[in-house]
Write a protein that binds this ligand. Structure first.
Ligand code: PAF
Length: 291
């Protein structure tokens, strides 16, 4: 039996079959679905994704909350990853989400899984170099969510720029027929990019973490000088903060291929602050003024 759907109300489905049935029933009456996939611990960055999705015409706003074991390495924070489901559902209600999918690990991965999605060469670079298997885990769960919910639109943050880039490639290469929408990074007033992992930072670490966005801004400010100047300026800012242990600082093309000599590029940074790994990125327009 298809669960009842009342427009404007919050419906929470933990069962995969209920989710499939509701999505199918909505499609049958001509409704479109805009999906915001998340791992919960919802913050202002997620609210921004939801608001973007809500503005898409004629769409039911759907969110998934699932801490995807498949994208965590053996020494990563899967067990300690925050899971404040009641608070998350309040955020969903406030943001007028109508459909929330909260599947269990058993229901999402009954067979392990045995089949996963290969993210290609980019999956082994940048984040993928220090997190083997991470993007195979992300793309596998995203492909599953797309298959279960069959959204018309899916909204992701530019904060995880490599993830967004790979999801666009996934959609293109597997002809998934979902419009992928990227939303600019949401930052605290001092520039720190919003992340569920910021909750792990002590006060000192929180102050040091601002260096990441400071370095990106310093690089972007001198973009007219070209790639080398951008990287030197950003590196100089990072080098001044002993609590920040840089994993990579890289300048790439907008599609994460090699950076062009002139035109749009992406400056990306990853660093450990204490035991917490943080990432950030910004658009840089090489060989041109910032404006
Ligand atoms: O960005 C995230 O929160 C996750 O990587 C995603 C896309 C929900 C997949 O688990």
């Amino acid at each position: 039996m298809t669960p009842r759907f009342t427009p404007g109300q919050l419906h929470v489905h933990s069962g995969l079959n209920d989710m499939v049935a509701t999505a199918r029933a909505l499609r049958a009456v001509g409704r479109k679905i805009a999906l915001v996939p998340t791992m919960g611990a919802l913050h202002d960055g997620h609210r921004q994704l939801m608001r973007t999705a809500r503005r898409l015409p004629g769409c039911v706003l759907a969110t998934s909350i699932f801490v995807n074991s498949l994208q965590f390495g053996p020494n990563e924070d899967y067990d300690r990853y925050p899971r404040p489901l009641d608070d998350d559902l309040k955020v969903c209600e406030e943001e007028r989400v109508e459909l929330v999918f909260t599947p269990s690990r058993e229901e999402m991965y009954p067979g392990g899984p045995e089949i996963t999605i290969d993210p290609g060469p980019l999956g082994g670079e940048l984040e993928g170099a220090s997190r083997p298997g991470h993007f195979a885990g992300v793309l596998t769960v995203v492909a599953k969510l797309f298959t279960i919910i069959r959204p018309d639109y899916a909204v992701f943050g530019e904060k995880d720029y490599q993830q967004l880039t790979l999801i666009r490639k996934l959609e293109r290469d597997l002809n998934l027929d979902v419009r992928i929408i990227g939303v600019p990074v949401v930052r605290d007033a001092d520039g720190l990019a919003r992340s569920s992992r910021n909750a792990y930072l002590s006060d000192d670490q929180r102050s040091a973490a601002v260096t990441l966005s400071g370095a990106l801004a310093a690089g972007a400010r001198v973009s007219a000088g070209g790639a080398e100047v951008v990287l030197e300026s950003a590196r100089a800012v990072l080098d001044k903060e002993p609590l920040v242990d840089v994993d990579y600082l890289e300048l790439r093309g907008a599609d994460l291929g090699p950076a062009p000599e002139r035109g749009e590029a992406r400056l990306l940074v990853a660093a450990r602050v204490g035991t917490t790994r943080l990432i950030d990125n910004t658009a840089v327009f090489l060989g041109q003024g910032e404006d």
